[in-house]
Design a protein around this ligand. Sequence first.
Ligand SMILES: Cc1cc2nc3c(=O)[nH]c(=O)nc-3n(C[C@H](O)[C@H](O)[C@H](O)COP(=O)(O)OP(=O)(O)OC[C@H]3O[C@@H](n4cnc5c(N)ncnc54)[C@H](O)[C@@H]3O)c2cc1C
Length: 500
Amino acid sequence: MEKFFSIPINRRDLMKLAGLTTAGLFLSGSSNSPKVEAAEKVVKFDAKNIPTLMSADVCVCGGGSAGTAAAICAAQHGAKVVLIEKSISLGGLQTLGCVYPCMSTIIEDSDTPYIKEINSRMENLGYKPDIEVKPILGLAPFKVYGGGAERYVPEVLVEIYDEMCEEVGADILYNTTIIGAVTENQKISSCIVQTIEGISKIDAKIFIDASGDAVLSRFAGIPVESGSKTTGRNQPMSFRFEMSGIDEMKVYEFFTKKLNEEHLMPPDFELAKWSKNEDFFKKGVINGELTQDDITYIQAFTIKGKPGTMSMNCPELPPLKFSATDSISYSKAVSFGRRMIRRLARFFQKNIPGFEKSHISREAAILGVRESWRVVGKYFMTEEDYWEARKFPDAVCRTAYPIDIHDTTLNLSKQLKKGEFYEIPFRALVTNEIENLAVVGRCASGNFSAQASFRIQPTCMSMGEAAGIAAAYSLKNNISLNNLEWDKIPENIRSYVSKG
Ligand SMILES: Cc1cc2nc3c(=O)[nH]c(=O)nc-3n(C[C@H](O)[C@H](O)[C@H](O)COP(=O)(O)OP(=O)(O)OC[C@H]3O[C@@H](n4cnc5c(N)ncnc54)[C@H](O)[C@@H]3O)c2cc1C
C-alpha cells in the first residue's frame, strides 16, 4: 500500500505553497483565521522513499512535562519507547521556558505515583518543598498540595529526566523535529522527523502527542480549537528570564517596609505587581523607563537551591500584538519581548534596593506559550466540568487549580470552593479519528476555559503518566487505544482511581 505523510495547511499557506517544493514551511496559522479550525486542505507527500530511523512500540512526540511522563511510564510498563524532542533538554516549558514554580493543584491526593517519584528524587537532592505556607494577609497557615510545589529547579529537573529515561530504557531523540505524520486506516503508522542527518521516519504502534501545540495531531487531521471564542485570541505569551546577584532580604525589606506590601514571605517569596505597589511600577512608565506593556503583569519568585536568583514570570507579551499560533508573529514577539526584558532588568537594578548588583543570568530558550491549539477529542472538557466539580469513572487525575486566564480583557480567574475538585477523564486524552493516538498536556482536549485550569505542570504530568500506562496496557492486551476503558484496567496498574 502506498504511504503518504500529510501536512494540513490553511488558505494563506496554500497560496504560498504554489511554486514551493520543499516540505518544511507549512505549520502556521493566521492571526485572522477562524479559530475553530480543521485543516482546510491536506498536502500529501509520498513517504515510501523516506528511510526509517527507528521503530518502537510507543513514540512520544514532545519531551515537555507531559511527554516525558508519558515516555517514562510507558517504558516502565514494558513498552519500547522513543521520545522525540526538538531541543536538547526534557521538560519543555518547565525547563526551556524557565517556568517556575510548579503550581499546586490545591487539592489533597492529587499527586500520582510518577509525581511522587519525581518529588522524592528532588528531595534526595536537597530540594524539599514548603508544604505549609506561612500566614499572609491575616489568613491561617495553609497547606500546599499537588505537584512539586516550588521545587522543580529547571537545572536539576533536566538531569532527573535524563536519568529516569535511561533507567527505564526509553530512548530520547534530541534535536529532532516532527514535521509530518503518515496515516492509514485511521492509524498513524509513522511520524516524519527532521534530524541532523536529514528527513527520516519513526515507525510505532502507538503515538502520544505531547507537543504542546498539537503538532502531530494536526498533521494527522485531528480537529483542533485555538483561542478564546469571545476575543478570538490565544492566552498571552510571556518571555521568562532569571536574574541573579540579588540581595533578597533587601528586596523583601523594601517591599514590606517602604511599600507596605504583605504578600512577601521570606526566605522563599513572590514579588508581584499588586494594587498596593502599583504606583511604584507606574512611576517607571511616567519616567519613561518602562512602557505600559512592560507593567501589565509583573511577578517574580525566589528559586529553591538558587540563592540570589529570581525567576521572572514576565514580561507578558501584549496579546493584541502577538499570537502563539502565527509563526511570523511568534518570531516578532521574541525580539519585542527581549527588549521588554532588558527594560525591566534595568528598572529593577536602578529602582529596587537589592537588585543593584544583579544581572540577567538566564533567558528562556522558548517563549512561554500558555495556550495555542487544543484537540477536540472523544471527551471535550469545558468550564462546566470545573464548576460542577465533575468526577468520572475513567478519571486519570484531579485538580482544583483555577481557570487562570491572563488576558486582562477577559479577567476570568475563578476558583472552586475549598476542598472541591474536578477530574479529567481518559476520554479527553484520545480522539475519534485516530485509533492509536493519545494527546496530553496543554494541547489535550478541552475548551479555552477548561485548558486554563488543566494546563499547569502537575496536571500535564499526570495526564502523560496515564497515557503512557494506557499505551503499554493497550498493546499488551491488543485493544485500540481510543477504545480502551481506563476504568477496566486493574486498579493496581492505574496511576489514579476515581473515588466517584
Ligand atoms: C508564562 C507561563 C507561566 C506559567 N506558569 C506556571 C506555573 O507557575 N506553574 C505551573 O505549574 N504551570 C505554569 N504554566 C503552565 C505549564 O508550565 C505548561 O502548561 C506545561 O508545562 C505544559 O507542558 P506540556 O508538556 O504540555 O507542553 P510543553 O512544556 O510546551 O512541552 C512540549 C514539548 O514538545 C516539544 N516540541 C514541540 N513541537 C515539537 C516538534 N515539532 N518536534 C519535536 N518536539 C516538539 C517542545 O520542544 C517541548 O519540549 C505556565 C505557562 C506559561 C507559558
